[in-house]
Design a protein around this ligand. Structure first.
Ligand code: FES
Length: 120
């Protein structure tokens, strides 16, 4: 019988869960954008977070690729927590600027935002 707690704690340790200050969810379609477009944005997000040093440390950001955020138009759709900032049209070319401005400089890109739902 598997040791459920040990397996879960191993995953938590591997992912550094407990050390993040933000969590970004990116929808890769298929309704808000073409899956290829969503996947390209996802690959860009992964590499830009790494390049910016945001995979660890005080400003570390966890990332999750999702199949739908229930907006289903004008994607790729993205939401950033805890501030609850919803972005539209987050194609791969926008990701470097998003990482620099929102995640590093704490200055959300206003013209790409379509909704807000802070959790704090
Ligand atoms: S498919 Fe992206 S929000 Fe629904």
């Amino acid at each position: 019988m598997p040791d459920i707690d040990a397996e879960l704690q191993k995953a938590v340790a591997k992912l550094n869960i407990g050390s993040y200050s933000r969590h970004v969810f990116l929808c890769t379609g298929p309704s808000c954008c073409a899956p290829e477009e969503g996947q390209a944005a996802w690959e860009s997000l992964k590499s830009e977070l790494k390049k910016a040093g945001l995979t660890e440390g005080q400003q570390a950001c966890f990332r999750t690729k999702v199949g739908c955020l229930r907006i289903c138009c004008h994607g790729p759709t993205m939401v950033v927590y805890p501030e609850g900032t919803w972005y539209h049209g987050m194609t791969a070319d926008r990701i470097p600027l998003f990482v620099r401005e929102h995640l590093l400089a704490n200055q959300p890109r206003e013209e790409w935002i379509f909704a807000r739902n802070p959790l704090d």
